[in-house]
Write a protein that binds this ligand. Sequence first.
Ligand SMILES: [Zn+2]
Length: 165
Amino acid sequence: MSGSRFRDRRERKYGYDFLDEVLVRCPRCDGCAIVTPHPGIAADENAVGAGVQPLHRRLRCTRCGFFKDQKVDSAVMGSPVDPYFQRPLWLRASCCGNTLWAYNLRHLDLLEAYVQAKLRERGELAPGAPTSLVERLPTWLKTAKNRTEILRTIKRLRSTVPAAG
Ligand SMILES: [Zn+2]
């Protein structure tokens, strides 16, 4: 296995799947809650990137039982809040003078793989393909001198996620 190589092909394969499971702070108990597509709506009528509106999302907390449904016209991405309810993300931490954040554990894994990789290769982008999440990463995440602190922060964040079930 060539563990030092990283291709962002995997991330593009998932694409908007990152947005189907977003870990946030519960509005009631401040525990780890999860935002998912509403279970009562067909997936293809409720997918980010499919051009459908509104999107039906459910926030639920396994710790206190709180849940809330919401319809939104679009997913607002690019900041450390969830794209639907605008709740603070669970996976966010100060790091290298910036804020490191991820929507879920898969997203965190991807960041880790990217930062760990000594050799970064760009997957071949098909014409018209959406700009990948990796290409949009801020410069500080790509800077070699930040690598150790970033990896340490990622590890710490991962340990804060309650076990599923
Ligand atoms: Zn709660």
